[in-house]
Design a protein around this ligand. Structure first.
Ligand code: FAQ
Length: 330
């Protein structure tokens, strides 16, 4: 939205001063998009930078658990698929950092905050990938959870974030299918392969439910973010959607989800399920998960080792700017 898009006052209304806050509230109420040059409350901007940066960091750190398996993939086909998927995650991180930049954030500063432990990333990427079945289960569960959470974000109130999500979601859908297809193949294999799939399902189920965040009653940001239409559904609503979507897929695959309380509730029209270990989520988010230290150390090393690339790119860009200014064509 721009000032000029703000609806014209009814005929006969005396001209009043332009009220940017009212224009912002009106845009949200009409379910229209806020764009970078529009006025927005500081807290709206800060909430978006927080969420988009955490989302970007998650995509970039999320390359690590599966990336470990690129050199160990069991066939050329699986290696090529995994390579492409991990590259896609890098692309998602870049779109998201760009969306954060439209709000005035500085990407180098965001990266510094991540590797200094001052900004969060998704808890799910702090768990180890023990076997190749984990690659399939990450595609099925983690990308499946990401789709549940992110499809509604395509309609988020901030334009650049919503538009970035459209492509991200298309790619996540493909990732989910490749994970599920890998698991279907393993389930048609040997007893050992089937056991590997079940073991990976047992280890990733509860952490995947935690991806949606704390329960609504303990989610400090949800009410404000939903009022601003940054978030479209609550953490618990999306968690329920994920469970309902995944149960029939598990039946078709022939695995058991590790929750004795999981059952269809005809009255609610949803599955009932057990309570995730919220203390575990708190520990992992505060830096004490199985792989937090390793993930950050690796990200820090990659950043430091890439310094020469950033310097060369900046130096080349500066040189090109001078040549353009001086009209040098060759
Ligand atoms: N892990 O008040 P709420 C992917 C934090 S991308 C870590 O409920 P909010 C792709 C939360 O930030 C996965 N921190 O917060 C892929 C807040 O922190 P703060 C990432 C968590 O923002 C697939 C505090 O706790 N997706 O998977 C977690 O309203 C495969 C209080 O929580 C996104 O980022 C957690 N699980 O709701 C890549 C989606 N949960 O800053 C590779 C966008 C909560 O106040 C392979 N983000 N926290 O101290 C969102 O939808 C929201 O930010 C939520 C959290 C739902 C994550």
């Amino acid at each position: 939205m721009d000032i000029t898009d703000h609806p014209a006052p009814a005929p006969g209304t005396p001209p009043g001063p332009y009220d940017p806050e009212a224009a912002f509230e009106d845009t949200i109420a009409r379910d229209q998009r806020i764009e970078p040059r529009d006025w927005m409350p500081d807290a709206y901007r800060a909430t978006l930078v927080r969420q988009i940066a955490q989302h970007a960091h998650s995509e970039i750190i999320g390359m690590q658990p599966e990336g470990e398996w690129i050199t160990k993939a069991p066939s050329l086909r699986r290696k090529a698929i995994l390579f492409a998927k991990v590259q896609d995650e890098a692309g998602h991180g870049l779109y998201l950092y760009s969306a954060a930049e439209t709000l005035g954030a500085d990407r180098a500063d965001l990266t510094r905050r991540l590797i200094d432990g001052r900004q969060k990333y998704s808890s799910i990427f702090n768990y180890p990938t023990r076997t190749f079945a984990d690659v399939g289960v990450i595609g099925w569960f983690v990308d499946g959870a990401a789709i549940c959470n992110q499809v509604p974000l395509c309609r988020t109130s901030y334009g650049p974030y919503g538009r970035a999500m459209v492509r991200v979601c298309k790619e996540e859908s493909f990732h989910q299918r490749q994970g599920y297809e890998l698991l279907l193949t393993m389930m048609r294999g040997t007893d050992e392969q089937r056991a590997m799939v079940q073991d990976a399902v047992d280890r990733w189920w509860w952490p995947s439910l935690m991806m949606f965040g704390p329960p609504d009653a303990d989610s400090p940001n949800s009410a404000r973010s939903m009022a601003w239409r940054i978030k479209r559904h609550s953490n618990d609503q999306l968690r329920q959607r994920f469970v309902d979507m995944t149960v029939p897929q598990a039946e078709k695959l022939g695995v058991t989800l590790p929750d004795p309380e999981l059952r269809w509730n005809g009255e609610r029209g949803h599955h009932d399920f057990g309570t995730p270990d919220w203390e575990e989520l708190k520990r992992v988010v505060s830096g004490d998960g199985p792989c937090n230290a390793e993930r950050i150390a690796r990200r820090r090393a990659a950043h430091e080792e890439g310094a020469w690339v950033r310097e060369a790119a900046a130096s080349y860009a500066a040189e090109q700017a001078v040549r353009t200014r001086d009209g040098v064509t060759a």
